[in-house]
Design a binder for this molecule. Structure first.
Ligand code: ZN
Length: 121
């Protein structure tokens, strides 16, 4: 049985950060589903997409999807983590998260990729 499952999963994508986020989102939406029917439908869509990604054999495409979405998750996570202490910016070129202490006025940020951002902290 274990060998059959291993053979079935061979060459398939498996799980990553985006899949875990989709599954958590699906659980949260299913908990909220008694509020409206839309949450129930969205929960099923998230779950089906996570399962599709998990069993997909197009590994390159799944990795590209993950690489596109994960910087936004880390940006949101950093924003919540540094709330009130620092300002968080995302480089438009390389999608890297930049952290600046709050209350420094207008500043010019230089990303490690060379992009310069003029922002207010
Ligand atoms: Zn950059």
């Amino acid at each position: 049985m274990k060998e059959k499952l291993m053979r079935f999963m061979q060459g398939r994508y498996g799980s990553d950060e985006l899949n875990i986020t989709l599954l958590v989102l699906s659980v949260i939406l299913s908990i909220l589903s008694p509020v409206t029917e839309i949450f129930s439908g969205l929960s099923m869509v998230c779950l089906c997409y996570a399962i599709y990604r998990m069993f997909s054999k197009n590994i390159y495409k799944r990795r590209c999807e993950n690489a596109k979405i994960v910087p936004y998750f880390s940006f949101i996570k950093a924003k919540f983590k540094n709330k009130g202490q620092a300002k968080i910016f995302m480089c438009p070129k390389c999608k890297r998260t930049l952290r600046v202490p709050k209350g420094k006025g207008r500043i010019t940020l230089t990303c490690p990729c060379g992009e310069q951002l003029k922002r207010k902290s």
